[in-house]
Unconditional design. Structure first.
Length: 207
């Protein structure tokens, strides 16, 4: 069974060693020069638009792909080609990548990655792709309590999961959380496959 077929059948796949640990370390080193800001959460406003805001439900820092340096961008591009090939994803439907950094005490409470984007031109987040770049000394596991799955952070480990049911509604089984970091730091790289093309624009917002 291919990884794409496995993802379709099982909702969630975990692939250890998907990316070499040396490349992960190189990405982490390059991300020292990225522009980091407080991570936000998404919700739908009364008029149907999606808004971002800081929440006590989430504590971490995020760096958008638009602010990645040239060397890091080249590494991400090569990784993206492999992800799209092995999971049979259309690159034109991917959101820009994000790096997320968790330090001691940081966490992301139980949440779903989709459910507020139905009115967006690109549609809902159909699939989440997450790569662990750096593992903490303790804490930081990704948990899917409704599925009974718990994944420890491991550099080079890839997780991918489907967010919608066959009818196009959010699959509540895929609610997940990032456990708090006890010691050390955790860094991940993530993106989402949308229902339609995203027209990715990687120009920094302050350019």
């Amino acid at each position: 069974m291919t990884r794409a077929a496995q993802l379709e059948a099982e909702r969630l796949i975990c692939v250890d060693g998907f990316l070499d640990s040396a490349i992960c370390r190189e990405m982490v080193d390059e991300l020292r020069f990225a522009f980091w800001r407080c991570s936000t959460v998404n919700n739908r406003a009364a008029d149907g638009t999606v808004v971002e805001f800081a929440s006590r439900h989430r504590r971490s820092e995020s760096a958008a792909q638009a602010f990645f340096g040239d060397e890091l961008q080249a590494l991400v591009d090569a990784f993206e080609v492999r992800v799209c090939d092995e999971l049979e994803l259309a690159a034109a439907r991917l959101d820009p990548w994000q790096a997320i950094r968790y330090r001691p005490g940081d966490y992301f409470g139980l949440h779903h990655d989709t459910g507020v984007f139905s009115a967006h031109p690109s549609g809902e987040r159909l699939i989440t792709v997450l790569l662990y770049l750096e593992a903490p000394h303790e804490g930081g596991a990704t948990c899917f309590p409704n599925l009974g799955h718990r994944f420890e952070t491991q550099a080079g480990r890839l997780l991918a999961w489907r967010n919608l049911t066959a009818s196009g509604t959010p699959d509540e089984l895929m609610c997940h959380e990032a456990e708090a970091i006890v010691s050390g730091s955790k860094m991940v790289l993530t993106t989402w496959l949308r229902e339609r093309e995203t027209g990715r624009n990687l120009t920094p917002r302050n350019a």
